[in-house]
Ligand binder design. Structure first.
Ligand code: GRF
Length: 216
């Protein structure tokens, strides 16, 4: 917790960082239960780093290409998080697979957003996967991170319709609008202690906001 009593959050990104911006905008509210104390990217050129700096957020780049293996890269990330006294790690378009050791070290204290209604369409190219499967509903999921990829306990989900004539880009554009609403709401639940891990599931003690489908 920071001096303000807020949960200290690091947001990890790899690219444009639009989810990170949505989180940072939400965190400007004095009543929001989390403070973003670090925006960390594995790519020094990540567009989101400059956007975070422009918002006055502390930023850091740890280039994964400078490390011989995943374990040493993850150790550097871990050290940066600890130096910033981070309570909760928020993955937002972070495109590196984290080692089991790192994930275990942050178990119950790390969440991710995935652009599908999990457990459907894990991994990459989720919008292509959804179109190929012919589903009528698609969406996004915020979940706790466990060593198995995209398999952790679900905090919150939002759904969008799949329209005739959609392609991966039009579907992604519809989903990302929901991601930017869902992630700040889900982080507030986790940071505020209203979404708790219990026996490998998330128990939520709050009313879902309008338009958001929770995992209840
Ligand atoms: C989002 O769709 C996220 O779910 C996925 O990568 C995208 C990142 O977008 N894993 P942004 O960098 O937050 O704009």
């Amino acid at each position: 917790m920071s001096g303000s009593g807020k949960v200290r959050v690091a947001v990890l990104i790899s690219g444009r960082g639009s989810n990170m911006i949505a989180l940072a905008e939400a965190a400007r509210d004095p009543d929001y239960p989390a403070d973003i104390v670090l925006v960390l990217a594995n790519d020094p050129q990540a567009e989101g780093l400059a956007r975070a700096a422009a918002m006055g957020l502390p930023t850091q780049a740890i280039d994964h290409r400078a490390f011989p293996d995943r374990v040493s890269f993850d150790a550097a990330i871990d050290a940066a998080l600890r130096a910033a006294r981070v309570d909760l790690v928020v993955l937002a378009g972070f495109m590196r697979i984290l080692t089991p050791g790192f994930v275990e070290a942050w178990a119950g204290r790390m969440i991710n957003i995935h652009p599908s209604l999990l457990p459907l369409f894990k991994g990459t190219h989720t919008h292509e996967q959804a179109l190929a499967a012919g589903v009528r509903l698609h969406g996004c999921t915020v979940h706790f991170v466990v060593p198995e990829l995209d398999a952790g306990p679900i905090v919150a989900q939002a759904a969008v319709p799949v329209h005739e004539g959609d392609d991966a880009d039009s579907l992604a554009a519809r989903v990302i609008v929901q991601e930017r609403q869902l992630y700040p709401a889900a982080l507030a639940l986790v940071a505020g202690g209203q979404a708790r891990l219990e026996g490998g599931r998330v128990v939520i003690n709050a009313e879902p906001p309008d338009g958001v489908l929770f995992s209840l």
